[in-house]
Write a protein that binds this ligand. Sequence first.
Ligand code: NDP
Length: 293
Amino acid sequence: MQLLDGKAISSQIKSEIKEEVEKWVAGGGKKPHLAAILVGSDGASETYVASKIRSCEEIGFSSTLLRFEPTVSEAEVLEAVEQLNNDPDVDGFIVQLPLPAHISENTIMEAVNPAKDVDGFHPVNVGKMCKGLPAYISATPFGILEMLIRAKIDTSGKHCVVVGRSQIVGLPMSILMQRNDYPGNCTVTITHSKTQNLKEICQSADILIAALGRADFIKADYVKEGAVVIDVGITRVVDPTKKSGYSIKGDVDFNDVAPKTSYITPVPGGVGLMTICGLLTNTFKAAKKEIYQ
Ligand code: NDP
C-alpha cells in the first residue's frame, strides 16, 4: 500500500505556484486576487475559508473575505456577488457552501461571472467541462486528478466507481474519469443512495472514489485487492479525547481498508488539501486570463 499524501503533494504544488506567481508578478503581471463570501459561522466553513485565505498568503496571492450574518437576505448576497463580478482587481471568487436554507445556492452560483467562477460551479463551466472545452474544473475533482497524475496512476481502461452524485464532487468526478484523456479513459459507474448492490459494485472497482459523507462507511469487504481508493469524505464526529471535541473522519475506514489497496488517501491530510490547490490553480489561471479573456 502506498499513501497518496495530500500534505506532501499539496505543499509541492503550492511551492510551484508560488514560484510561478513570483515570475509572473516580476514580469509585470497582476498579483492574483481571490475573494470569498462566507455566510454565517458554521465551524467547518470557517475552517475551510480560513485555510483558503492562509494558502493565498503563503503563495503570494491577495485575498478578501466578505462575511455576512446567517440572516442576510438572498438579495444582499446577490449584491455582493455583483460587486465582486464588477471589481477589476478580483480575479476569482467563491461563495462558501452550504448557504442558509432561505438562500438558493443555484441562484447565487448562476449569478457569478463564469470568468471569475474559480470553484467551477457555474453551469457554463460545468457545460464546458462536459464538452472537454477549457473551463474551471471544480476544485475537489481537479485536486483528485492532480493526485492521480503526480502518483502516475494508470487509469486507462480501469473500472472507476464513484460513490455519490453531488454537483460539486461525484458528478464532475465521474465525467472527468470517463473523458478521453489522462487521467481518464475509465469505465465509470456512478452510484448514490438508491443504488442497489453497492458493495458488489464497489468490489469491482479498480479505482474507488468515495464522496458520500458517511464516516467510515467503506469497509475492507467493499474493496478489491490492489484497488486505488480516494476518500473525499470529511465528517466531524464527536471525540471527547480531542481538544476541539471532535475528530475528522473520511468515508473510508482507513485502518480496515488500507492493507488491501495499492494507493489510498488519508483523512485528514488527503483530498481536502488538494481541493485548495485546485482553487489556487484556477485563481492563477483567472489572473492570467488563460480561460476567459
Ligand atoms: P452531498 O451530501 O451533496 O452528496 C452525497 C452523495 O452521496 C449523494 O449523491 C448521496 O446520494 C450519496 N449517498 C449518501 N449516502 C449514501 C449511501 N449510503 N450509499 C450510497 N450513496 C450515498 O455531499 P458532497 O458531495 O458535497 O460531499 C460528500 C463528502 O465529501 C462530505 O463528507 C463532504 O464534507 C466531503 N467534501 C470534501 C471535500 C474535500 O475537499 N475533501 C470537498 C467537498 C465535499 P443521493 O444523491 O441519492 O442523495
